[in-house]
Write a protein that binds this ligand. Structure first.
Ligand SMILES: [Zn+2]
Length: 243
């Protein structure tokens, strides 16, 4: 009989240390209780971004929150479905009930116009195929009963130019051009199929910084009224929400 064990066969038995303080008392998300509290110490954030209502479970200022930065970095490039389910629990737990309840199915005080309902639409998978937004949306859906419609896709490059309407793309300073190029890259989503009629999308993303991805998604839905954005973290680069 051939017994051969590889190191990862034992990972189940050897819990990793807290990735922030190295404590061995790790809970979910590879953080100890106290680092988890530190990571999520900021309040939820609700704000308007060029006509869209955005709700975030927490604000994230990378230089000021080491534990949260480490956590979000650890999720990059991987598809930790369970971790995103845990972040979905955190998201739902942090939102005031009066904010969530009207959006849920069978609500008596529905925020949706008559005969319409809210559904969750994750931002499309990144070019590397990461499914963070989808996992996050599925986690939220399980908790509050909204349906997920994974219908947004990246438009193949070369088919996006007609989507660009900014006059600023013509001419302008190089920095502006670079920003526009970045925006153009983001503004290339399309719907792989239409939503059932009467559905209002809640666009779900893992992290919102400038709101470019959320706006591309909104644009793919014809800037439908009442659409909104839910994300785990609102990333602020200078502490005041400005880039
Ligand atoms: Zn810790």
């Amino acid at each position: 009989m051939n017994f051969s064990f590889k190191p990862h066969d034992f990972e189940f038995f050897i819990p990793a240390n807290c990735m922030s303080c190295q404590s061995i008392c790790v809970t979910q998300l590879r953080l100890c209780q106290s680092c988890r509290r530190a990571a999520f110490r900021n309040e939820p954030s609700e704000f308007r971004n060029s006509g869209l209502n955005v709700t975030a479970a927490t604000t994230w200022i990378p230089d000021e929150n080491r534990a949260l930065s480490l956590l979000l970095k650890s999720l990059k490039g991987n598809d930790f479905r369970e971790d995103w389910a845990e972040l979905a629990r955190e998201f739902v737990a942090r939102l005031p009930l009066k904010r969530l309840e009207p959006l849920c199915p069978n609500s008596t005080d529905s925020g949706a116009p008559k005969n319409q309902r809210f559904v969750l639409v994750p931002a499309p998978a990144s070019s590397e195929g990461r499914l963070h937004a989808l996992h996050f949306a599925e986690g939220i859906a399980q908790l509050i009963g909204l349906e997920v419609f994974d219908v947004l896709r990246h438009r193949p490059s070369g088919q996006s130019s007609h989507q660009i309407t900014d006059a600023s793309l013509e001419g302008g300073v190089p920095a502006q051009k670079a920003r526009d190029k970045k925006q153009r890259k983001l503004r290339t989503f399309y719907r792989s199929r239409v939503l059932p009629s009467q559905c209002i999308p809640i666009i779900v993303d893992d992290i919102v910084t400038s709101g470019g991805t959320a706006h591309a998604a909104w644009q793919a839905f014809g800037r439908i009224e009442k659409a909104q954005v839910w994300c785990f973290a609102h990333r602020q680069l200078d502490g005041r929400g400005k880039l």
